[in-house]
Design a binder for this molecule. Structure first.
Ligand code: PEP
Ligand code: MN
Length: 337
């Protein structure tokens, strides 16, 4: 349930509605808009009739929320959430480009790639140190030494860093080195991990489970938000379908659907969605045209030798061209990049 206050509702009327909500044992979530304030009720409020809330002083109307997610819902929080990471704002007019290797492999590889993506116009450096690989025999990531290299690159190129965290015990150490914590597709419903990143102070990029619905993605975001971390971005990275010509199927629909359902920034990952480097730029362009607030893209200086996801990694020149084209699309839809 969401309570929309009157245009000129007094501060005391707002405070009194909040006290009333809390007197039932519910939590109140106040969102102050430019025009009017909106108060969300968190808890199972079904036993209380909507007429009760409507009768309170200063209330204009009461909206029933049909979705099970609340803190993530645009009904609760009508304006876009903008997440500041160092100097980079995610969710504002500028489309944020995150790029770098799938895995951190060596100092040389990371530094060369970081220099190239920075030069091409990326705003955030990506790189995996803890890798969730399908096979236990595949490269599992450098772990802590990989995090240290990311921090080095962060300082050298003055770019915030995003990296994946796979288990609740690692949240502390990953937070010491990274600016954004990535929760991967395979962990979208790892509730202990969602709890742990929800208690951390770092922004989180939550990837959609490859077999999860949009509602399940937003419920996973709700876990993080409900543990106190308001800085969550959601990411469409492709889902499993019957179509075998690409690694996954980019659910391009999910981008405008998410933008309408949630105030959280929506990021698109054309690399994992397609699995093929030559499809990455077209799907990046389509994602920005569809309203994505950002992109996360894999880049490698020598994809043939990459220890993970080489087939979907762009060489630096191709990435630079992609950024140029994305800028043109961003301009066409009222944004910059
Ligand atoms: C990655 O970003 O390298 C990754 C493993 O992504 P996903 O969780 O979407 O597969
Ligand atoms: Mn990858």
């Amino acid at each position: 349930m969401v309570i929309v206050m009157k245009y000129n509702a007094a501060a005391e009327e707002i405070a009194s509605v909040i006290r009333n909500i809390e007197s039932f044992g519910f939590k109140a979530h106040l969102s102050r808009g430019e025009e009017r304030s909106v108060i969300g009720i968190i808890g199972d409020e079904r036993p209380v009739e909507p007429e009760h809330w409507e009768s309170l002083q200063g209330v204009e109307r009461v909206i029933r929320i049909l979705h099970p997610f609340k803190l993530a819902s645009r009904d609760f929080h009508p304006s876009n959430t903008v997440i500041k990471v160092d100097g980079v704002s995610v969710g504002a007019t500028k489309v944020v480009v995150m790029a770098g290797p799938c895995s951190v492999e060596s100092r040389e590889q990371l530094m060369e790639t970081a220099a190239a993506v920075k030069e091409a116009g990326a705003h955030v450096l990506r790189g995996g140190a803890f890798k969730p690989r399908t096979s236990p025999y595949s490269f599992q990531g450098l772990g802590l030494p990989g995090l240290k290299l990311l921090k080095e690159a962060r300082e050298e190129f003055n770019m915030p860093v995003i990296t994946e965290v796979m288990s609740p015990e690692d949240v502390k150490v990953v937070s010491e080195y990274a600016d954004i914590l990535q929760v991967g597709t395979r962990n979208m419903q790892n509730f202990a991990l969602l709890h742990a990143v929800g208690e951390s102070q770092k922004p989180v990029l939550l990837k959609r489970g490859m077999m999860s619905t949009i509602e399940e993605l937003l419920m996973a975001a709700e876990y993080i938000l409900s543990h106190g971390n308001e800085r969550v971005m959601v990411c469409e990275r492709g889902i499993r379908t019957f179509e075998p010509s690409t690694r996954y199927t980019m659910d391009i629909n999910a981008i405008p659907v998410l933008k309408s359902l949630t105030h959280l920034p929506v990021i698109a990952d054309p690399s994992h969605a397609t699995g093929k480097w030559d499809l990455v730029a077209p799907i990046a362009r389509a994602s920005v045209a569809a309203g994505a607030d950002g992109l996360i893209v894999e880049v490698h200086t020598d994809p043939a030798k990459a220890l993970s996801d080489g087939a979907q990694s762009l060489k630096p020149e191709k990435f630079a061209q992609m950024v140029k084209d994305v800028r043109a699309i961003a301009g066409a839809v009222g944004r910059t990049a």
